[in-house]
Design a protein around this ligand. Structure first.
Ligand SMILES: [Cu+2]
Length: 443
């Protein structure tokens, strides 16, 4: 599961003055490294207090070691290559081999020591978003600590004072570093294992990138016009499904470190937001929803009882966020006569293809794309093209999944007679086109 990077070289340790003598430099824990892009099995703790671990979509949890009563982790900030989906790889910055970085899991009351080694070409820090910690551990470069220079290692030490779901990211050249993918999630489990327990617990962080067709690097200055809408730096059909056993209590923890809000929608169920990055929502304040907006710089966690078997779409409800790289300058031609359009366009560009006059369904159309560029809408289900991209995946609720089995169970076997079906229409009328207005509008 992990490939070991080995201990830091002795030379690097000599320079680790930032450790300030409170821990012996030689005792820096190994930095685990991940090179797989599929969800890794839950990492059950082998020491320290017990908890039911989370799984990270297309990601993993960072292993730790106990050192006395301290739980020690080692993050390495470094350039990485991330595959967004098959056919597209992007040069990002991340942690321990991936962007986003691994999920850090601990238990309320734990004392944690997090080593951060900087292998980026510029300085960085790590800010622990939402966590109640001493000011000097807050990771705001210049304000609460010196920036961590390339090649240096700093240590963050604090107690996990409250349980919940939090995020980490740099507060150091942050426009660039977050636009390059530096972020991750922190899950602090309640000390009391009977506090709102669930059977399956998923976590991911949302981020967006502008990677122009045919290129390999995000444009970090982009403020609004993104074209890659990602969950854990993956886009559909590259995002893992959420396999769930029928009857499971399921928790989904979602962080948003993009620059816009995302209304996240689950089909076939109603859920309640039970936790934010501010803490647990009291039961009396919860209410049923099918979509919950995840604001910028925030975490929303919902709990749902998976009592409806099937393949349930789970996606951002901004329709442009369920698409991959595209031009946004395409005009809406629905209702325009294809013949007139072809005539007009043909005069200007004789080899062009007029499209879009009956909608833009592209399921059966293959258009040539530049290298390293995904189709705008893609994915295939058992009934045909799904025509989605970006922030879309499927919660797969099945009767027969084992407890920690998170493998894709494949397409749902619909019970006979439960799928929408075609009927013979006696008089198939031609497709309606909007008619000419019959009377003039009074101005
Ligand atoms: Cu969205």
């Amino acid at each position: 599961m992990f490939s070991r990077r080995g201990f830091l070289g002795t030379a690097a340790l000599v320079g680790a003055s930032a450790v300030q003598g409170r821990v012996q430099a030689a005792s820096i824990p190994e930095a685990a490294h991940m090179d797989k892009v599929v969800m890794q099995p839950p990492l059950h703790p082998v020491s320290g207090p017990d908890y039911r671990p989370v799984v990270t979509l297309n990601g993993w949890s960072l292993p730790f070691r106990m050192n006395g009563d301290w739980k020690e982790f080692h993050l390495v900030a470094e350039p990485v290559v991330r595959e967004f989906a098959e056919g597209m790889k992007v040069n990002l910055w991340g942690y321990n081999g991936q962007s986003p970085g691994p999920t850090i899991e601990a238990v309320e009351g734990d004392k944690v020591r997090i080593f951060v080694t900087n292998r980026l070409p510029e300085y960085t820090t790590v800010h622990w978003h939402g966590m109640i910690i001493p000011s000097g551990m807050d990771g705001v470069g210049g304000l609460t600590q010196p920036h961590i220079q390339p090649g240096k290692t700093f240590v963050y030490e604090f107690e996990m004072r409250k349980s919940g779901t939090f995020m980490y990211h740099p507060h150091s050249d942050e426009m660039v570093q977050m636009a390059m993918g530096m972020m991750g999630m922190v899950v602090v489990h309640p000390r009391d294992p009977n506090f709102r327990p669930v059977d399956r617990d998923f976590v991911f962080v949302m981020s967006t990138y502008r990677v122009d067709p045919g290129t390999y690097l995000p444009l970090v200055n982009e403020m609004t016009d993104f074209n890659m809408w990602t969950w854990n730096a993956r886009v559909f059909p590259g995002i893992d499904p959420l396999p769930v056993r029928l009857g499971d209590k399921v928790r989904v923890r979602i962080g948003n470190l993009s620059m816009t809000n995302h209304p996240i929608h689950l089909h076939g169920h109603a859920f309640a937001v039970t936790c934010t990055d501010g803490g647990w929502v009291p039961e009396s304040a919860q209410y049923p929803e099918t979509t919950t907006d995840v604001p910028v710089g925030a975490v929303r966690v919902f709990d749902v009882l998976a009592d409806n078997p099937g393949d349930w779409a789970f996606h951002c409800h901004k329709s442009h966020h369920t698409m991959n790289a595209m031009g946004h300058d395409v005009r809406n031609l629905i209702g325009v006569s294809r013949k007139d359009l072809a005539k007009a366009v043909g005069k200007l560009a004789p080899d062009s293809m007029a499209m879009g006059s009956t909608g833009m369904a592209m399921g059966n159309m293959e258009m040539p794309a530049p290298d390293n560029t995904l189709p705008m809408m893609t994915g295939t289900g058992q009934f045909g093209p799904i025509e989605m991209g970006g922030m879309f995946t499927v919660m797969k609720i099945r009767e027969d999944l084992a407890r920690d089995d998170y493998r894709d169970p494949g397409p749902y076997k619909f019970p006979q007679g439960t799928v929408a079906y075609e009927v013979e229409a006696p008089d198939a009328a031609p497709v309606r086109q909007p008619g000419k207005p019959t009377h003039k509008m009074k101005m």
